[in-house]
Write a protein that binds this ligand. Sequence first.
Ligand code: GLC
Length: 418
Amino acid sequence: MLNPTPTQGDTSWFVHDRFGMFIHWGAYAAAARHEWVKSTEEIDDATYQKYVDHFDPDLYDPKEWARIAKEAGMKYAVITTKHHEGFCLWDSALTDYKATNTPAGRDLLRPWVEAFRAEGLKIGFYYSLIDWHHPEFPIDGVHPLRNHPDALEMNKKRDIRKYAEYLHGQTRELLTSFGKVDIMWFDFSYPKLEYKGMPGKGRDDWQSEKLLKMVRELQPGIIVDNRLDLPDEMADIHTPEQFQPRGWVHVNGKPVVWETCQTFSGSWGYYRDEYTWKSPEQLIQMLVNTVSCGGNLLMNVGPTARGTFDDRAKAALGVYRDWMRLNARSIYGCTQSEFTAPPDCRFTQNGNRLYLHVFAWPFRHIHLDGLAGKVEYAQLCTTPARSRSLNTSRRNKGRTPTRSPWKSRYASPTWSCR
Ligand code: GLC
């Protein structure tokens, strides 16, 4: 079995827990057209301000969010403390652009941290390196003002070093005001994205090395992601986004600790009119596929501007809740198996327990290669009865497996080990 390259941050709990909740929540929820709306629609600050002035999450109940996450089997949660729009959920001393100065009138992050911790979930902070509101942040190819006729001229008055001071200061606030923080999730770098003579941004702009040093000093053991544009080995977790790897993620030829982040419907922030919601089957298969390749799944919810999970998100989380209630043991503590799963199946493995996930079994029998004589006992997770038709002896190698003796022809696969 593969073991990932050791990390500086404490990833021991992380590789056990496997399943987390991502939360994208900010003023963009009021526009309800993707968290990038300010950039994609090239909205200036004055026009965007209406979303901030009317940000009034009157139904916000972080205890309910935490309960739903826990019920879905999620063991940790990462929330956008500030996304690219620059709006802060906490009462930062370094800006006025924050939840306290909206009709919400209060710090929205603190009760979130308390509620999730109270449910026993670990806490992660997403923090956007990008900031489309800060006056010192130079306009670039992803900035809402990128096509402004005076963009280059405006940039002459913007100083990335001053912005970097702000970014370091805010990170310090986040890591000193909320107790133990388990994950710091920075997003993102694009050093090669040059647009109309405006360069992208990376490690020199963020002063990433200094930033990472501070993070590790302030919160020893914290897990840090790989989006600071630093050498790969300085990151604890590697984060393929909206992408399902087909094997253990390797970086520079070595297996690493990895987490794929995924959405229910394509967008991270609340997008009311998006109709590409994933099917229940797809949701479960994403989790199984991820763990069967030795990774974690960070599944995103984009709450509404009133502070609720919309019904479609609740239904999707309910799919995980119902499935995890019976199958969590095939996720927690599990990793990629040393055995190769049969077609249309996946294995997850925890020590000497092997879990077979059957995505399809059109012939009502499954051949488990390499397991003859090795299986002491087999049972179904969903209806925890022993599989009487399991045929594990070497003598049966090559023989046609017996038909399931069970009443329902479709409920119990017949297995044979070869
Ligand atoms: C991208 C997007 C961002 C989202 C993130 C999640 O970097 O810019 O909107 O928050 O991915 O991984």
